[in-house]
Design a protein around this ligand. Structure first.
Ligand code: GLN
Length: 492
């Protein structure tokens, strides 16, 4: 049998249900893989191996008891998972990749994580992230960068880079991430795994440390669309603890062996194929669209005319919201306090020492955009253009069911390549930001490799609350292709 760490979540759950493996064996296999590869990949900020082993033991005990009594078991019983270190897990420190929260231990658990725990998962640790999820490479983490398992001189993407790298390196079959402007989809693309950013309001944000509250969403990674859908189905649904969570029924996501996409209308927007993008990415995505057509989908061109404004709009709205959200880290309410004689100096010293340079840049940008005299020209204007971007999608989804685009203009870049050029770093998000501004769902999955052996990602975007169509489309594609089955050499 293949090594246990290579199993997908669905395979592992089948083996567990048949009693052919135990959660202890599976969890130990993941821990061994982490022990072996973590020194190079650096996917984690905090590991919780002992806790994981006791959760695994409890899962095995429950399964054995259920077998005796004939009772059903929770759907993900005994399945190992890793969690981005920006989602609260009671009793385990939550750093958000920031020095200012180095010793912060939340007394409660995020709803998304809690629902997965209730479904039986085993948590292997908290994964690396750009500080407060601000970044596209995990290089903005105060705990050191993560590396891409496909090429250790490259970034895994970000900000959920630790989660994506862990899944690609077979340290865990599935992972949680968060996506404010692309932070699940872009690392999924760079690491050759599948990642979902759900509709805004679909998955509770309770216990997700806020960055840009009107854009933040909790998403999931797996190696297949099917595994990603498993996590999504458990997490999704209304939560009274998040006022923006929507009370919309979550459809059962039926993914069977049928790869037909007959009747599916796929739109391809010209605005997402821009000069300067890596030709292999463009070709890879176009080939994948042809594959969707071969499965029976009809393909047509659509227009999203305000796409070019998404980047400036995002980089006004997200920092503006961040500047308000991060005001609470003052050493008094939250954050590692640096004492001083007078109150203002406490704030100044705490924030000066605790935040890294990118976070400071965003707070300054956001504070400026919100300040008296500039508010209308920047923040107010950005909100208006955001509405136009949202309308672009509404119009496009009148004639198509999904929109297919690249995830990012390039494959994974080299560590350090954009470190001194924030604009070049921001440009990695041009294709993922519009989704968050419009609140629609997006799914990323591998559709090929470039000459350097790095994964190429395709993005599918859908109407609000239609994650099921995205999963079904990617699943059909994965039935007839095997890009998602490739394993980085180091993880074999
Ligand atoms: N890279 C984008 C940023 O830096 C998006 C991050 C995210 O989705 N959290 O803000």
């Amino acid at each position: 049998m293949t090594a246990l760490s290579q199993l997908t979540a669905r395979e592992a759950l089948e083996e567990l249900a048949l009693g052919r493996i135990s959660s202890m064996e599976l969890t130990r296999a993941c821990i061994q893989q982490i022990d072996r590869l973590e020194p190079g990949v650096h996917a984690f900020i905090t590991r919780t191996s002992e806790q994981a082993l006791s959760q695994a033991l409890a899962a095995d005990t429950l399964r054995a008891a259920a077998r005796q009594s004939g009772q059903p078991v929770p759907p993900l019983l005994g399945l190992p998972l890793v969690v981005k270190d920006i989602l609260a897990l009671s009793g385990v420190r939550c750093t958000c990749g920031s020095r200012i929260l180095e010793h912060f231990v939340p007394p409660y658990t995020a709803t998304s994580v809690q629902r997965l725990l209730d479904a039986g998962v085993v948590v292997l640790g908290k994964t690396n992230t750009d500080e407060y999820a601000m970044g596209s490479s995990t290089e903005n983490s105060a705990y050191g960068r993560s590396f891409n398992p496909w090429d250790m001189s490259r970034v895994p993407g970000g900000s959920s880079g630790g989660s994506a790298a862990a899944v690609a390196a077979r340290m865990a079959p599935v992972a949680l991430g968060t996506d404010t402007g692309g932070s699940v989809r872009q690392p999924a693309a760079y690491c050759g795994v599948t990642g979902i950013k759900p509709t805004y309001g679909r998955v509770s944000r309770y216990g997700l440390v806020a960055y840009g509250s009107s854009l933040d969403s909790v998403g999931a990674f797996g190696r297949t669309a099917e595994d990603t859908a498993l996590l999504f189905s458990v997490m999704a649904g209304h939560d009274p603890l998040d006022a923006t969570s929507m009370d919309v029924p979550v459809p059962a996501i039926q993914l069977n062996g049928d790869a037909s996409l007959k009747g599916l209308r796929v739109g391809v927007p010209r605005e997402y194929f821009i000069p300067g993008m890596q030709p292999e990415v463009e070709n890879g995505v176009k080939q994948a669209v042809k594959q969707l057509a071969a499965l029976g989908a009809s393909v047509r061109e659509v227009h999203l005319p305000h796409t070019e404004y998404a980047l400036p709009v995002y980089y006004l709205i997200a920092p503006a919201e961040a500047s308000a959200n991060l005001a609470r880290y003052d050493g008094i309410r939250f954050g590692e306090r640096k004492d001083a004689e007078v109150m203002w100096d406490v704030f100044y010293r705490t924030r000066g020492a605790g935040f890294g340079p990118e976070v400071k840049r965003r707070i300054m940008l956001g504070t400026y955009a919100l300040s008296a005299g500039y508010y209308d020209a920047y923040y107010g204007q950005a909100q208006k253009v955001r509405t136009l971007i949202k309308r672009d999608f509404e119009t496009a989804f009148q004639s198509v069911d999904v929109i297919a685009t690249p995830v990012a203009p390039t494959t994974a870049f080299r560590a350090g390549e954009h470190s001194n050029d924030p604009l070049a770093m921001y440009l990695e998000d041009v294709f993922t930001l519009p989704t968050n501004l419009a609140g629609v769902p997006g799914l990323a999955f591998p559709v090929g490799f470039d000459k350097a052996g790095l994964p190429i990602g395709m993005q599918l975007m859908g109407p609000h609350f239609r994650e099921d169509v995205l999963f079904r489309t990617a699943h059909a594609y994965q039935q007839v292709t095997d890009w998602h089955k490739r394993v980085p050499a180091l993880a074999q």
